[in-house]
Design a protein around this ligand. Structure first.
Ligand SMILES: Nc1nc2c(c(=O)[nH]1)N[C@H]1C(S)=C(S)[C@@H](COP(=O)(O)OP(=O)(O)OC[C@H]3O[C@@H](n4cnc5c(=O)[nH]c(N)nc54)[C@H](O)[C@@H]3O)O[C@H]1N2
Ligand SMILES: Nc1nc2c(c(=O)[nH]1)N[C@H]1C(S)=C(S)[C@@H](COP(=O)(O)OP(=O)(O)OC[C@H]3O[C@@H](n4cnc5c(=O)[nH]c(N)nc54)[C@H](O)[C@@H]3O)O[C@H]1N2
Ligand SMILES: [Mo]
Length: 638
């Protein structure tokens, strides 16, 4: 079964694990109300997190002084609101982060007390590559950073040395409160884990951490990517509550909570998303050992990288795929339902109960508002109904330790036939699932309150701990006075530290070039992403007439001088070609976004113009997340 988290938040997860030993941000949205400086590291919140961004812009309208800095590979609507625009090349962020650390150390403006009390240093272990790398000393760290002078950083990143010095001065000023935000620019990155750790690292090194307004905050893309993916453990290697399948204790704890026989959970992690699809799209006799995939709430036929390799095999490679079976639960016809063998119509969010968890650790609950149309059914019901059908046929996997149906739910002591749609809403299935899951949350101090508290509170940030009969949420994790799990007198305590000494890890990682860079054959760098009007693949938003009229179809943004070189005017059609595929699109010069010379941008919402025919499927070695932001392409006028 598949969701899309690997394509979105995997590098953020590995970045948190490598830094703090536990996933998810320490800060919260209150930081946006408190900070003096807000740095966007290659994300475009004016379009992608517009509600949150308006909270920042409102402060300005009220006359508050706030410095906004956009570090980006192209001008966006976010740039328009920022005092500083630092235009970098792809992967320039690796050099910039090292440049800031270099200056903090060289100028003696790093926070020595914070570092000595709460941090250790790490570098990649080249002999035995692993997420936790190897310990290094402060002197090693200093030596590694030595080459990253502002001038060298300018050479690597394209950002002028003076602007690197400006960042160094800001981080070196302990009177300022600095919040960093990032999203896909840093996660969809061949060194996504590395750059995530490095931005955490400069906040730790400078001590801009753990007080309101001082926070390195990874924004989630999918509104519930924290809750329904990371916390509940739906990545292939994960189990709920921060557990992993590779750990025998974690498997046993999960088997106990679920009351399933010991040994039920396989010790071998499942395939990560890209590998899973490669296997599904490879004939069984050629090693493609996945025969069936059930897709819910994602549209991989449009959103996976390098689609041609997966879904449009040529000649011989096509044979042998006849026995593969694709099940898709969807609300609308999409690029993926077109590939499906079986389509299951699904209810949408307002048509069912739900619980989500957002970027700031806030868990929220809602009740169904309208009935689903026709034969559309809740995804959760579909899962339970299929599980019950398997149970009826005697499948062991659908039985618990006592031989009962895995998803048995009782009311007044009697099981309710929730697999029968007529009875699904006789009980609140969500509440039962939530209470079962709640037991899992304590291991990593991500404690949740009982379901009924969320009905009352409309959202609480974990850890939520009961004190004096009150369920209290946590604004700032690891920080004394806020986080109930920090021991008195500690100040800051990274209580899940990977080095088991309450310390966070400050990483050195070298700059490296992107997996594919422009050359004579493919002279342009292609970045892909989103627009305000559409949600990802546009399956929902393109059906809304106002949005569709405002942003009707795909296009390629190109710099005016590059356009002139190719004799292109606005609206002219071009053929964009990469080593993997080609696509014909209209050009947009000085449009919504403005890519610098030598780069182009294509949004991915238009299912008639699949930009993922062009994108590269290179992945980060630890997070396995693809880099959709850097593919080499060429342009032909048609
Ligand atoms: N309206 C709307 N809002 C959305 C979504 C939507 O589809 N529509 N999707 C949601 C989801 S799931 C997500 S993931 C977010 C995405 O939100 P964002 O990450 O803000 O948006 P993208 O358009 O994916 O990313 C574009 C940015 O990547 C940066 N970039 C390119 N290369 C690099 C690099 O090497 N390093 C760095 N640091 N940056 C680089 C560019 O500067 C560019 O601004 O938006 C969420 N919000
Ligand atoms: N080129 C390129 N590709 C990318 C990215 C990029 O930046 N560039 N970004 C990547 C990222 S960060 C993300 S998050 C992914 C997003 O990739 P996807 O998750 O594949 O994209 P969505 O359009 O959000 O797909 C969700 C689908 O679920 C359906 N749906 C909505 N509600 C329900 C429901 O309740 N039940 C069911 N069963 N279906 C429902 C919608 O109609 C929609 O088709 O794309 C990734 N792909
Ligand atoms: Mo995403």
């Amino acid at each position: 079964m598949l969701g899309c988290a690997r394509l979105c938040m995997a590098s953020a997860v590995t970045g948190f694990l490598a830094t703090y030993g536990v996933d998810e941000p320490a800060g919260c949205y209150d930081d946006l109300d408190e900070c003096d400086v807000l740095i966007m590291w290659g994300n475009n919140p004016a379009e992608m997190h517009p509600v949150l961004f308006s909270r920042v812009i409102d402060r300005r309208s009220r006359g508050e002084k706030l410095t906004l800095i956009d570090i980006s590979t192209r001008r966006t609507r976010t740039t328009d609101s920022c005092q500083h625009y630092l235009e970098m090349k792809g992967h320039g962020d690796l050099a910039i982060a090292n440049g800031i650390a270099h200056l903090l150390i060289k100028n003696g403006t790093y926070n020595r007390k914070f570092v000595e009390s709460f941090c250790s240093f790490k570098a990649p272990d080249d002999e035995n590559p692993n997420l936790h790398g190897k310990a290094i000393s402060f002197d090693d760290y200093k030596a590694f950073l030595e080459p990253y002078t502002p001038e060298y950083v300018e050479e690597l990143s394209g950002v002028p040395a003076d602007q690197i010095r400006m960042l160094g001065d800001l981080f070196g000023n302990s009177d300022l409160k600095i919040t960093s935000l990032w999203c896909m620019g840093m996660n969809q990155h061949m060194r996504g884990t590395a750059i995530n750790t490095m931005v955490h690292g400069i906040h730790l090194l400078s001590g801009h951490f753990g007080t309101p307004g001082n926070a390195p905050t990874s924004l989630t893309g999918q509104p519930s990517a924290c809750g329904t993916v990371r916390e509940v453990g739906t990545l292939a290697h994960a189990l709920p509550g921060g557990r992993v399948v590779a750990d025998a204790d974690h498997r046993q704890q999960s088997e106990d909570f679920w009351n399933v026989p010991a040994g039920r959970i396989s010790a071998t992690p499942g395939y990560h998303t890209v590998k899973m699809w490669e296997s599904f799209c490879t004939p069984t006799d050629k090693g493609g050992d996945i025969g069936t995939i059930w897709v819910q709430v994602t549209n991989p036929g449009q959103t996976l990288p390098n689609l041609n390799k997966l879904f449009n095999p040529k000649g011989d490679d096509k044979a042998g795929l006849e026995d593969k079976f694709l099940i898709v639960s969807e609300v609308y016809p999409t690029a993926t339902t077109r590939l499906a063998d079986l389509i299951l119509p699904s209810s949408m969010w307002v048509e069912k109960n739900g619980v989500v968890g957002n970027s700031e650790r806030r868990t929220q609950q809602w009740f169904k508002m309208v009935d689903p149309p026709g034969e559309a059914r809740d995804d959760c019901w579909q899962t339970i109904a299929v599980a019950h059908e398997l149970f009826k046929r005697g499948a062991d996997g659908m039985k618990d330790r006592d031989g009962r149906f895995l998803f048995e739910v009782k009311k007044d002591g009697k099981p309710v036939p929730i697999w029968d749609w007529e009875h699904y809403y006789d009980v609140n299935v969500d509440e039962h699932l939530f209470e079962e899951y709640r037991q899992f949350t304590r291991l990593k101090h991500k404690d949740l309150a009982p379901y009924s508290e969320y009905v009352k509170a409309r959202g609480l940030r974990w850890p939520v701990v009961e004190t004096d009969g009150q369920w209290k949420e946590t604004q700032f994790r690891f920080s004394e006075g806020f986080d109930p799990y920090v021991e008195a007198g500690k100040g800051i305590q990274f209580y899940h530290s990977s080095t088991k000494d309450d310390r966070g890890q400050i990483w050195f990682n070298p700059w490296i070039a992107p997996a594919e860079v422009p050359d004579n054959d493919y002279p342009f760098m292609l970045c892909t992403g989103r627009v305000l009007e559409h949600w990802h693949t546009g399956s929902m938003t393109r059906r809304i007439p106002e949005l569709s009229r405002a942003m009707p179809g795909g296009y390629v943004e190109i710099h005016a001088e590059d356009a002139a070189d190719y004799g292109l005017r606005n609206g002219d059609r071009v053929r964009m070609e990469s080593r993997r595929g080609s696509l014909e699109l209209p050009v947009w010069i000085d449009g919504r976004g403005k890519p610098p010379r030598g780069t182009v941008f294509i949004p991915f919402f238009d299912e008639t113009l699949l930009v993922n025919d062009l994108t590269l499927d290179a992945i980060d070695p630890f997070s396995k997340q693809p880099d959709y932001k850097k593919s080499a392409v060429r342009i032909r006028k048609v």
